[in-house]
Each structure stands twice: as structure tokens, then as C-alpha cells.
Design a protein around this ligand. Structure first.
Ligand code: C5P
Length: 296
């Protein structure tokens, strides 16, 4: 099993896991333009990596590498989180951070948010800043809605904008096949297109409420509730086609994670996985990956 923090010969290697939303409900739109959520997020064992090393020059040097792109410098939440945390601690430690981007961004798997949370946790350790959890939480909530979740784990019921965290009554163990279509979805556009339907919220809530205190992953999988799905699919009809055809092909629910584009199949039929993965690649040029729930 992977540990989140690993000391290397001159630095600290920190793993930043992706997440999926086992359900995502929207209770309404807020006066500040954000949406009020009720979502169950759970980390999975697919990781970006952040390596903290002493810097050679003043300030923070951020180097991004790996199979997926991420911005260098201040456009990256990692950089902004480190600046805010150092400011809060009254320190100006020269730092070199290498971010290995294994998880594609714009997929609803939360990788940029997870990188940001891992930066807060990692820098706090690496530079011995001794900042308490509430300081990290405040910086996380200031930088984005689902960053705070990644400071805790491995699963949480998140409400408010996403930054209010409660552990679930039960932890959910699962395997999943995560589909990553080659489409990057801007979260803001999906929320922008969202039209609230209180009746649909009530319907989902009534189905989900009795399951929350139980180990009921298969029942949650059948409900497959994500109230952002309609607006995401309106913007990207190819994703709707992928979901519909994949469900018909494998006979399981295919659920959207966050605002998309990634989707997941919970506890898929393992024997049929190689066949399903080739089909996804051949029909949709869609990569997929088997994951488990993460344990921290
Ligand atoms: O907070 P974050 O930067 O992740 O949000 C990106 C965008 O998604 C926001 O600018 C907002 O338009 C939308 N959003 C929302 N309600 C939420 C979370 C995000 O409307 N609870």
C-alpha cells in the first residue's frame, strides 16, 4: 500500500489521489453564484506526485512533468497554496517542487484540487511550518470548493460549496473502472448551464437518504445520481453517447464524476474487464483504468 508521505534523500515525495463522486446532489443556487451541494466523495488509488526539495534560488520553482499537462507558476493552485501557507507562517523558504501529473485535468477527478491539498500538507511537513489543520482548511477553502476534502479522508460527505466536510457513517470499499474520455470539461461552464430542478433533488434524496448509514455501495451504484450530468451532456453530447452505449454493452450503470468528463463503473465484472476496456478504446478511443478506494 502507498503511504502519502515519503522521505527521499533530500526531499519529501507526497502522493495526491484522485476522487470520484459516489453521488452529487445540488440543493439550489446561492446568492454568491455558487451552488449548494450534497456529495459523497471518495479517494481512489490513482495519484499525482509532488516532490518537495530545497530550492537553489529565492522563491518557489514549480516544474510540471508526466503524461498530462499542468500550468507552471502562479496559474497552478499548488504554487498559490504554497505562497499563502508560507505567508501565514511568516517564512520565505526557497523551494523546488516537481509535480508529476498522472491524472488528466478537466475530468471531475479533482486532480488539481488534490495537488493543492497535497501541497499544503507536504509543505507544512517539509518546511516544518507546524501550521494547524484549521489554517490549512481555510487556505484550501479560499482556493477552491473541493480542495478541503483532500486534506481529510478517505471519504467524506461534503456540503456547502463542497468545503464543509463530514466523515460518512460507513466507509465504502469498492473496485471501479474509471473511464477518461479525451475531453477536458471546464467546471464553470457545466455549472453555468445547470438549471435547478427541486423535484429531481427530492427524488434522488429520498432514494439516497436510507442508504447513508449502510454499507450500500451497490445500491448507490444503481442510483448513480449526479445532478450535473444533464448540463455536462448538453455541452458534450459525445459523453452522453459514451455513457448510453457503454451501459448497453456492459449492463452496468456508468456514472459521471463531478462535472465530468470522467465516468466510472462500480464493482464491474472483473472477467469481462479486458473485453470492455478494448471496446472502449476501439469504439470511443477512451482510456480506462481499474482502481480501488484509497485507504487514507
Ligand atoms: O471552486 P472552484 O474553483 O472549484 O469552482 C469552479 C467553478 O465552478 C466556480 O467558479 C463556479 O462557477 C462553479 N461552482 C459552483 N458551485 C460549487 C462549486 C463550483 O457553481 N459548489
Amino acid at each position: 500500500m502507498i503511504e502519502q508521505f515519503n522521505t527521499t534523500h533530500c526531499g519529501l515525495l507526497v502522493y495526491a489521489p484522485a476522487k470520484i463522486n459516489l453521488f452529487l446532489l445540488i440543493t439550489g443556487k446561492r446568492p454568491d453564484g455558487f451552488h449548494e451541494l450534497e456529495t459523497l466523495m471518495t479517494k481512489i488509488d490513482w495519484y499525482d506526485e509532488l516532490l518537495f526539495e530545497p530550492g537553489k534560488t529565492d522563491g518557489i520553482e514549480l516544474v510540471c512533468r508526466g503524461p498530462h499537462w499542468a500550468p507552471d507558476g502562479e496559474d497552478n493552485l499548488v504554487w498559490r497554496a504554497c505562497v499563502l501557507l508560507l505567508e501565514k507562517a511568516g517564512r520565505s523558504t526557497p523551494l523546488r517542487i516537481t509535480l508529476t501529473k498522472n491524472i488528466p485535468a478537466g475530468t471531475g477527478l479533482g486532480s488539481a484540487s488534490s495537488d493543492c491539498a497535497a501541497a499544503l500538507l507536504g509543505l507544512n511537513r517539509f518546511a516544518e511550518l507546524n501550521q494547524p489543520a484549521d489554517v490549512l482548511h481555510d487556505i484550501a477553502a479560499q482556493l477552491g470548493s473541493d480542495i478541503a476534502f483532500f486534506l481529510y479522508g478517505p471519504a467524506a460527505l461534503c456540503s456547502g460549496r463542497g468545503e464543509k466536510i463530514r466523515p460518512p457513517a460507513e466507509n465504502f470499499a469498492f473496485d471501479a473502472l474509471v473511464l477518461t474520455p479525451n475531453i477536458s470539461v471546464p467546471t464553470k461552464s457545466v455549472y453555468g448551464k445547470y438549471r435547478h430542478d427541486p423535484a429531481s433533488y427530492e427524488r434522488f434524496f429520498e432514494q439516497i437518504k436510507p442508504l447513508l448509514g449502510k454499507k450500500s455501495i451497490d445500491s448507490l451504484a444503481k442510483i448513480c445520481a449526479n445532478m450535473l450530468e444533464t448540463s455536462c451532456f448538453e455541452l458534450y453530447p459525445k459523453l452522453a453517447e459514451l455513457k448510453n452505449r457503454c451501459e448497453a454493452y456492459c449492463g452496468r450503470k456508468v456514472c459521471l464524476s463531478g462535472s465530468g468528463s470522467a465516468m466510472f463503473i462500480l464493482n464491474p465484472d472483473r472477467q469481462r474487464l479486458p473485453q470492455l476496456q478494448s471496446w472502449l478504446k476501439n469504439e470511443f478511443n477512451c482510456e480506462s483504468r481499474c482502481v480501488h478506494n484509497n485507504s487514507w
